[in-house]
Ligand binder design. Structure first.
Ligand SMILES: Cc1cc2nc3c(=O)[nH]c(=O)nc-3n(C[C@H](O)[C@H](O)[C@H](O)COP(=O)(O)OP(=O)(O)OC[C@H]3O[C@@H](n4cnc5c(N)ncnc54)[C@H](O)[C@@H]3O)c2cc1C
Ligand code: SF4
Ligand code: SF4
Length: 611
């Protein structure tokens, strides 16, 4: 008999491995609105099942903690019980031998400190306060609360125009979002419990690409009230659209020659073609909105004039100023900001990078757009320099992968140190300081730390800086608008504190974010401006949603959109992603579990048909 033998995982181990994966998917698909105390207890039990049993704090302490939390849920706990939960968790965290114990105790500590009021509500009143008005996971997580199961069901039935009409109840930018939305709704799609999230955004694209033009809904009778919108980006135009439907007379002021904001002057055409954006804008304007382009508030008109002339004002100016690196050599010729570069292209002034070496600094989505755009402008090489690791980049993983697949290089763990220029002041190189990854910071991400290694020289002809955007709020400060950490201050209703008829939202308030967050802010502003003007208009739709049927839906792969084949990227700004085929759209729509009808959806009130 041999002394050693090849070890293969036993059947139980293999099955358990699969169960772990299923559980991981299930936890990440947890819908918003679950009882946090109940979840804490169950996480704790899961952690307790992992204990090796060697040390007492972990083996015994975790089960004591579970008993105490159970008392909270049984309503037999007192204030002292909750204090005891905190004290016990602290002792276990300090004394357990290994991460199995102390991390489990940390989880309880975070919970009892982070949502103590939920513990108290259960213990003292026997009720859960995690009520949620949008019980369907994808609808809750979409910032504009678009009726996802409704439009997915309509796509499945081939009713594409109705799908788009339904989306427009909550989001007047269905086309732009179908092409570039970062689709947070998919992160918690319940289908992940079965296999993978439904491609919600891809199905929206199928609907907008196949739907036919429909007229805008009937407007409410004229109210005689006037509203000025400053900024013609997605946030401003969303507010303008809904306020017009509510019967108010709306005027949009936009400083650039065309409407669209960052959708036109930021996002490159290979991701969002201008004609796709124009579909949304033409539809919005067909509601009857007055537009003054080429008018900058602060230069051509003052904010005080606007505030005086209108009953209400919505400031949605976005974040268009660039942020500086603050490094030696930054004023050299051919150092450009990403927003400046992309805006120039949007205005038809594309630079020629033929044969040039380009360095891009930054790790977000804008840096990926600048990187891939530089390649399309003819650059011989494009290197994106980032001070953290690739996995720490805030750009979407898909954008990073595609940039690399197109031939761009990502150089992680290099912090820009200075920019070298020749005797004519033109960039010749970017010098970087090598980093290594260090301890986690308060933002929950590992921080880069200067490595004990010499500075690194990257020869280049252009440096594109993509490290964030700032807000130009000066013209608005004159009437009392205040800023904090570079963003306009507005409360959750969008009202600007201390000013009677002024509201603000979108990137200007949140800082650089996403299209759908700007749309959601515009929707909130429209609702509250309407109330401020003394009305209670409702936005609704007459689209009928197909009934949900109980069907068997076995695990099935998710349909992802594919890139079209390209021999050469140089000069090619035409749309890269291909939409789904009919066959794919049907299959993908069929994967939706109709959470509006099954599960919590039906218990917690089904869908919101108006707002
Ligand atoms: C390169 C790039 C790529 C992006 N990619 C994505 C993406 O893929 N997906 C996604 O969801 N989001 C993306 N975003 C973010 C998204 O574009 C923004 O979050 C969104 O456009 C913000 O909308 P907004 O209406 O608040 O502001 P903006 O879109 O910035 O619009 C503000 C408008 O106000 C105008 N304005 C400013 N000041 C004045 C003034 N004083 N007078 C008159 N008009 C004024 C501006 O000209 C502009 O048109 C990207 C952003 C950039 C820069
Ligand atoms: S707008 Fe974006 S987040 Fe909302 S449902 Fe569509 S893809 Fe999802
Ligand atoms: S399965 Fe359908 S309804 Fe449920 S979360 Fe996913 S997309 Fe939404």
């Amino acid at each position: 008999m041999s002394r050693l033998s090849i070890e293969t995982p036993g059947r139980a181990q293999t099955v358990l491995g699969g169960l772990h994966r299923d559980m991981g998917r299930r936890i990440s698909a947890s819908q918003p609105g679950l009882c946090p105390v109940d979840m804490s207890l169950n996480f704790l039990r899961l952690c307790h099942a992992q204990t090796c049993g060697k040390c007492v704090p972990c083996r015994v302490g975790l089960s004591q903690l579970a008993d105490l939390i159970e008392q909270v849920l049984d309503r037999t706990a007192t204030k002292e019980t909750i204090d005891l939960i905190e004290a016990t968790a602290r002792v276990i965290a300090d004394s357990a031998d290994c991460a199995i114990g102390y991390e489990a105790a940390h989880m309880v500590l975070k919970g009892v400190r982070g949502f103590r009021e939920d513990f108290e509500e259960h213990a003292f009143h026997g009720r859960c306060i995690c009520a949620l008005s949008h019980p369907v996971p994808c609808v809750s997580v979409c910032p504009a609360h678009v009726d996802v199961p409704g439009y997915v069901a309509l796509v499945r039935e081939g009713r594409y125009s109705d799908a788009v009409r339904l989306i427009r109840k909550d989001n007047p930018f269905p086309s732009a979002c179908a092409y570039v939305c970062e689709h947070p709704c998919e992160a918690q799609c319940r289908r992940r419990m079965v296999d993978d999230a439904v491609n919600i955004c891809g199905l929206k694209r199928f609907a907008v690409d196949h739907g036919e033009d429909t007229p805008v809904p009937e407007k409410a009778p004229e109210t005689g009230k006037t509203v000025a919108i400053i900024g013609g980006g997605p946030g401003g135009l969303t507010a303008a659209y809904y306020l017009t439907l509510m019967g108010h007379k709306v005027t949009v002021y936009e400083q650039r020659p065309k409407l669209g904001g960052m959708l036109r002057y930021g996002i490159p055409d290979y991701r969002l073609p201008q004609e796709v954006l124009d579909r949304d804008i033409d539809y919005i304007l067909s509601a009857g909105i007055a537009v003054h382009t080429g008018v900058s508030i602060g230069k051509d008109l003052t904010m005080a004039d606007i505030q005086r002339s209108f009953d209400a004002v919505y400031i949605a100016i976005g974040a268009h100023n660039d942020k500086k690196l603050g490094l030696e050599g930054e004023t050299s010729k051919n150092v450009v900001s990403a927003v400046e570069l992309l805006r120039g292209i949007g205005e038809g002034k594309a630079p020629d990078f033929t044969g040039k070496k380009v360095c891009v600094v930054g790790g977000g989505n804008v840096s990926m757009d600048a990187t891939r755009t530089a390649l399309r402008l003819g650059a011989e090489s494009v290197t994106c320099v980032y001070r953290r690791r690739v996995e720490d980049m805030t750009a979407l993983a898909e954008e990073i992968e595609e940039a690399m697949a197109e031939g761009c290089q990502i150089l992680p763990l290099q912090a820009p140190a200075r920019i070298e220029a020749d005797e004519n002041g033109c960039v010749t190189a970017l010098w970087t300081r090598p980093q290594h990854i260090g301890p986690y910071g308060s933002d929950g991400r590992p921080k880069p730390v200067a490595a004990d290694a010499p500075e690194f020289r990257i020869p280049c002809d252009y440096v594109i800086v993509a490290i964030g955007q700032a807000i130009e709020a000066k013209p608005f400060e004159a009437v009392g608008v205040t800023t904090q950490r570079g963003a306009i201050q507005a409360d959750l209703s969008s009202a600007v504190p201390g000013l009677d008829n002024v509201f603000a939202g979108g990137d200007a308030v949140s800082g650089p974010a996403t299209v759908i967050r700007a749309v959601a802010a515009g929707k909130v502003a429209a609702d509250n401006i309407d109330a401020y003007l003394g009305f209670d208009h409702k936005i609704h739709t007459d689209v009928e949603i197909p009934p949900a049927h109980l069907t068997n839906s076995p695990p099935c792969g998710r349909v992802n959109l594919k890139n079209r084949h390209l021999d050469c990227y140089c000069g090619d700004f035409t749309l890269l992603k291909e939409g789904m085929t009919l066959e794919e759209a049907q299959q993908e729509a069929g994967r939706c579990l109709r959470c509006d009808h099954f599960g919590y959806g039906i218990f917690k009130g089904g869908r919101n048909t108006e707002w």
